[in-house]
Write a protein that binds this ligand. Structure first.
Ligand code: SF4
Length: 217
């Protein structure tokens, strides 16, 4: 059984695949926060801006088998000759994304990317792994394609992850999870500090959440 909050087709807004059309599968649930505001203050991850509870999003639901979910995902990809590209996110996708589902998606031609907090080991064969460490949580993935860190986090400063091998290293300025004005999202001192860190440590690049700037899902 797989529990999915939402399925939606849009542009990837962040990281090395920014601007690429992608099908997003948002799995329900996370191991670093319940998703309830009353638990936010004491959660390991307390700045989350994503609703990952339940199955009430667009295309969300319970899927009994990997084949049923993979078939549904393929039906969301436009009738086109390009190979389908899926981004598995959450919540924490590795609470549910198992080898059976990875194989079922690959059988249907999917290129599979995940966005994970890095606290759980992935099944084999995932094509693109983006690790985004949160708070004091222990990160067990030591090799990935993108290391994408929200900055600054006192318990997760970039130096803590210098041992992780990645093709790309990104810093994302921390945003207010309750902000209702995305236009001003990156005009603040946190963004200025993030830029300064990148300039002083050129391994790191600035990552902006472009989907918020252009106001798409
Ligand atoms: S790890 Fe990700 S999904 Fe989980 S609470 Fe933090 S930001 Fe939200």
């Amino acid at each position: 059984m797989y529990t999915v909050k939402a399925l939606f087709f849009t542009l990837q807004g962040e990281g090395a695949h920014t601007g690429r059309p992608a099908l997003f599968c948002r799995f329900s649930g996370c191991n670093l926060w319940s998703g309830l505001e009353k638990h936010r203050t004491h959660a390991i991850c307390h700045f989350c801006d994503t609703d990952f509870r339940g199955v009430d999003g667009l295309g969300g639901g319970h899927f009994e088998t990997a084949d049923a979910l993979a078939d549904t995902l393929l039906n969301h990809w436009p009738d086109d000759t390009s190979p389908p590209f899926i981004v598995c996110t959450g919540g924490e996708p590795l609470l549910q994304l198992d080898q059976t589902l990875v194989d079922a998606m690959h059988q249907r031609g999917f290129e599979i990317a995940i966005e994970t907090n890095g606290t759980l080991l992935p099944p084999t064969g995932i094509d693109w792994i983006c690790v985004s460490p949160k708070g004091r949580a222990n990160v067990v993935i030591t090799q990935c394609d993108e290391l994408k860190l929200v900055y600054p986090q006192p318990d997760s400063m970039p130096e803590r992850f210098s041992h992780i091998q990645a093709k790309y290293y990104y810093l994302t300025p921390m945003a207010d999870p309750h902000a209702d004005d995305d236009i001003t999202l990156y005009r603040d001192s946190i963004t200025a500090d993030t830029i300064s860190y990148c300039l002083a440590h050129p391994r790191w690049r600035l990552n902006l959440q472009s989907h918020k700037i252009i106001n798409i899902a």
